[in-house]
Design a binder for this molecule. Structure first.
Ligand code: ADP
Ligand code: MG
Length: 248
């Protein structure tokens, strides 16, 4: 499971260990009304990887992410996240699972009538930090997304891009190794999209594993990251020429 990667950098030998952060084997999801949202999805994501999950509306992106954070159980197949087999019978560590990841939801879910720092402190309160520690942590994550000057602003007065950056900051409070983001640029204009992508890129450079769902076909082509395409719940292979084939 562990593959050492040895690289020479400025005469210093650097050994990094990559392991599988996510493994899905033959995962299908059929909702109670018989809607088939995912069909036989097999994929692997290594730690430190940035992967796009791309596909149009209704292709199963949100369902795939919700399975990874334990909000949905697959109808069949096996899922291992960060060493935890979450599809094992009797698996009951959903909270332990979620502490290893930051989640950015498709609908941002901020407390609109509160300030920027209150939104972060609220998320920290439930994790048992003292007030002083919580304040320190809040300014740390806010500065990582460039919102340190906005701590006292109400959410109502933030732009859509700033709100999305706050959602990213909130996802970072437990310093998770894995970030799951569901269409974080879905409602942003081109400039805000670039700002938000810059934050994701910098998190990725610092070693974060990022799974980024998007329906924006042009966005995914602008980055070197691996793309997993979904179409009607099936994984597709897309060639360099844009030709679509049924994948594994
Ligand atoms: P995407 O995020 O790519 O738009 P979703 O995972 O939200 O795709 O949806 C995949 C399919 O599953 C769609 O046909 C959608 O209508 C259906 N679906 C999603 N959530 C539910 C649900 N809770 N109950 C029933 N059907 C659902
Ligand atoms: Mg979705």
């Amino acid at each position: 499971m562990i593959n050492p990667l040895i690289s020479l950098k400025k005469n210093r030998v650097r050994v990094s260990f990559f392991f599988r952060m996510i493994q899905m084997s033959h995962v299908s999801k059929i909702y109670p009304d018989q809607v088939s949202a995912l069909s036989d999805i097999t994929l692997e994501i290594s730690s430190g990887e940035f992967v796009f999950v791309a596909g149009p509306n209704g292709s199963g992106k949100t369902t795939l992410l919700r399975i990874l954070f334990g909000a949905e159980r697959p109808s069949s197949g096996e899922v291992v996240v960060n060493g935890m087999n979450i599809t094992e019978r009797g698996f009951n560590k959903v909270y332990a699972l979620r502490r290893t990841m930051g989640i950015i939801f498709q609908d941002v879910k901020l407390l609109k009538d509160r300030t920027v720092s209150e939104n972060i402190l609220f998320a920290l309160e439930v994790t048992g930090y003292s007030r002083k520690e919580a304040r320190h942590k809040a300014s740390e994550v806010l500065s990582r997304v460039g919102l340190q000057e906005r701590e006292r602003n109400l959410i109502l007065n933030l732009s859509a891009g700033e709100q999305q950056r706050l959602a990213i900051a909130r996802a970072l409070i437990n310093a998770p190794p894995l970030l799951l983001a569901d269409e974080p640029t879905g409602n942003l204009d081109a400039q805000m999209t670039m700002d938000v992508m810059g934050i994701f890129s910098s998190l990725h450079r610092n070693g974060m594993t990022v799974v980024f769902a998007t329906r924006d076909a042009d966005l995914v082509k602008r980055y070197p990251h691996r793309i997993i395409y979904l179409s009607e719940g099936r994984r597709m292979e897309v060639g360099k020429d844009g030709e679509v084939r049924t994948g594994e």
